[in-house]
Design a protein around this ligand. Structure first.
Ligand SMILES: [Cu+2]
Length: 296
């Protein structure tokens, strides 16, 4: 072992650590399935972090183990160790390398944030669309009444969240309250579950009726706070038909753990069917609401 130069050893260890780190990054999957266009952006970023973390772990743990064995106390050795103090080159390296890693991750994360629409909040005016939508419906009055009751704050643009520049295909108002999520559709439907079509540009206008909640769908890799008095926005495209959990990710009270529902990603056809079925099912309630309103 003594005959092999240190540089060869360093190179070998470096190559080995890199190969293992890259393999771990590409083969170890800690996340649930990807079900949105945004998911791969988050996962690629996590993959890079996992590679760096694996390499650092191997280097640190490897060095500790190697030194413990190589420089262990030999029989009959009762002396002190060599008096070492400070090493400028070494300290410069172990300051510079983490600094570079942090800067690279920082720049990359901002890029992912931008690609997901983090800098384009309120850009498309999805909230305005909600208001303008009534004109397309012949049953204008009933739509308007039920709608404004459901969305009192629908005109205010979101300041926070993930937006987009194009017009959304489907806009849903999401209300977080202790301890449930309520979904209001422009068509006048109110649901306890989120139903959306696959491969469409979805905009959620998120608000809270009481305390701070957080709308989270792990399979979409998306999470957005519901803040009382301040609407937020979430723009995404679901890519896989299926059923995924919606979880409140902000401790909001005693039953926070039970604040869960589902998001159903349908084909366009099934989504339209669901819309039609629920329009019919909810119509009696809607005309009742109108009747009450007019009789006052
Ligand atoms: Cu909650």
């Amino acid at each position: 072992m003594g005959r092999i130069p240190t540089s060869i050893w360093t190179l070998t260890v470096g190559v080995l650590v890199t190969v293992i780190a890259v393999w771990v990054g590409n083969h170890v999957s800690l996340f649930p399935e990807q079900a949105s266009l945004q998911a791969p952006l988050v996962d690629d970023f996590f993959k890079l972090m996992l590679m760096i973390a694996t390499a650092l772990f191997l280097l640190v743990a490897g060095t500790v183990i190697f030194f413990a064995i190589q420089f262990r106390q030999r029989p009959g050795d009762e002396g002190d160790g060599v008096p070492l103090e400070g090493d400028f080159a070494l300290e410069a390296y172990w300051t510079m390398i983490p600094a570079v890693i942090v800067i690279v991750l920082g720049v990359y994360s901002v890029q992912v944030f931008a690609e997901m629409g983090g800098f384009a909040v309120g850009g498309a005016g999805g909230n305005h669309l909600l208001v303008g939508h009534h004109h397309h419906h012949p049953a204008g009055t009933s739509q308007l009444v039920s709608h404004e009751m459901a969305n009192p704050a629908s005109e205010s643009k979101a300041k926070y969240g993930f937006g987009g520049s194009g017009e959304p295909d489907v806009t849903v108002t999401v209300t977080g309250m202790q301890y449930a999520w309520i979904f209001n559709y422009p068509e006048g439907i109110t649901s306890g579950e989120l139903h959306i079509p696959v491969n469409k540009n979805i905009q959620l206008n998120i608000k809270s009726a009481d305390v701070i909640h957080s709308f989270w769908v792990p399979q979409f890799r998306l999470k957005q706070d519901a803040i009382p008095g301040q609407n937020t926005e979430l723009r995404f495209t679901a890519t896989k038909v299926g059923e995924y959990p919606v979880i409140c990710a902000e401790l909001c009270g005693g039953y926070h753990g039970a604040m869960r529902t589902r998001v159903y990603v349908h084909t366009q056809e099934d989504y339209e069917k669901w819309l039609a079925e629920n329009l019919i099912a909810q119509r009696p309630d809607m005309s009742q609401m109108v009747a009450v309103k007019t009789s006052q």
